[in-house]
Design a protein. Structure first.
Length: 377
């Protein structure tokens, strides 16, 4: 009996020791998970949302602004002029159109949309210009159809825009289509980004969930008989602006602080070659052939998300932004932040013209033109 009792006691002690070891392991595992989650959360705040950035803003002495009717989201260069489509992207109450900016005169002129269908709503989003053709994403809220509107831009005594055809999307992407890039007259790429719709109240939680789930797409669209059939090529957190150089395509992911670089195959399918990491959120990207460099408009996501709930107010919030230069040097892609500014709110486009940068906005009612510092020219 004594031996049996000792065996039972030893067995109980052994089980207790095993239990203590398991509990210690669980505690250590929980602590490890907590530390990892905390580190990931801190990384997210620091690198993605930019909560701890301490940016220095440039003096406005180097800049001048040109008043416009609502923010021109994208900017296209045409014969020393800037062509852009504009609309009221927040409240969707004011009329939309196309404007031409004269940098020499410092003024914007509204263009008559000659021959544009009178029964169609013009609600422009992304634009791309190839030679003298302006392609404009049009979200027709009336018919719930999405189009690419095509205009011939010409310059005589003044800049003129003449409508010549529409490309209807086979599938409805109501208020999702954003950046567009045409390769030729029968094929283009487009980003489908949906953070909020003009027909719905702004919802930060809903937008954040879409941001986390990588639910925005890069689409390749083939045009047959005036209809665009699109297939997904890639996805991301918040795919946004598009630009290209030769057989390569560059697409910014505003939600990941990255720029995706793709090779375009002969059948126009894409393969992602590289993810270029930035330390701030990119919005748009444009290529300067004269400089062989890309210019990227940037902002801090913390400012964007913290301001969304105030966008419908009469006085919109200030969302600072800046421009960085992207270039290939010594076998790798590098970026240089040229400046940050807070005169133009909701910065969404940056185009280099000679020694100046022209900045557009999806929110503000002006365009900013800033001289580049001599050491950066």
């Amino acid at each position: 009996l004594v031996g049996s009792e000792m065996c039972i006691r030893d067995s109980a002690c052994h089980n207790w020791d095993v239990f203590k070891v398991i509990m210690k392991m669980k505690v250590k595992l929980c602590i490890g998970i907590f530390v990892a989650l905390f580190a990931a959360f801190f990384y997210f705040l620091y690198n993605i949302f930019g909560y701890f950035r301490n940016d220095v803003y440039i003096s406005m002495e180097r800049c001048k602004y040109i008043p416009t009717p609502h923010g021109p989201k994208d900017l296209q260069l045409f014969n020393n002029h800037i062509i852009s489509a504009y609309n009221d992207r927040v409240q969707h109450k004011e009329p939309s159109g196309i404007l031409a900016l004269s940098l020499e005169l410092g003024e914007a002129s509204l263009l008559e949309l000659k021959d544009f269908p009178k029964d169609r709503v013009f609600n422009p989003h992304g634009t791309h210009m190839v030679h003298d053709t302006l392609y404009v994403i049009n979200i027709d809220n009336k018919t719930k159809h999405d189009y690419v509107e095509c205009f011939n831009i010409s310059k005589g005594e003044k800049i003129e825009a003449k409508y010549w055809r529409s490309i209807r999307f086979e599938k409805a992407y109501y208020n999702q289509l954003n950046g567009v890039y045409f390769v030729n007259s029968t094929l283009f790429y487009v980003t489908a980004l949906r953070m909020h719709s003009g027909a719905e109240p702004l919802n930060i939680v809903k937008g954040f969930k879409q941001f986390i789930r990588k639910s925005t797409h890069l689409l390749k669209c083939d045009i047959v008989d005036g209809v665009a059939a699109c297939k997904r090529q890639d996805y991301g957190n918040m795919l946004n602006g598009i630009s290209g150089k030769g057989r390569e395509l560059f697409v910014v992911d505003s939600g990941a602080n990255t720029i995706n670089r793709y090779v375009v195959f002969h059948n126009y399918t894409l393969k992602r070659l590289e993810v270029i990491k930035l330390d701030i959120s990119p919005e748009s990207i444009s290529y300067s052939e004269a400089r062989n460099r890309f210019y990227v408009s940037v902002l801090r996501l913390r400012d964007y998300f913290s301001a969304r709930e105030f966008l419908l107010k009469e006085t919109p919030p200030n969302i600072p932004g800046g421009v960085l230069e992207l270039f290939f040097e010594k076998g790798e892609w590098k970026s240089k932040l040229l400046f940050m500014q807070r005169e133009l709110s909701g910065l969404s486009a940056a185009v280099r013209v000679n020694n100046s940068l022209v900045l557009g906005s999806w929110l503000d009612n002006k365009v900013l033109v800033c001289r580049i510092r001599k050491e950066l020219v």
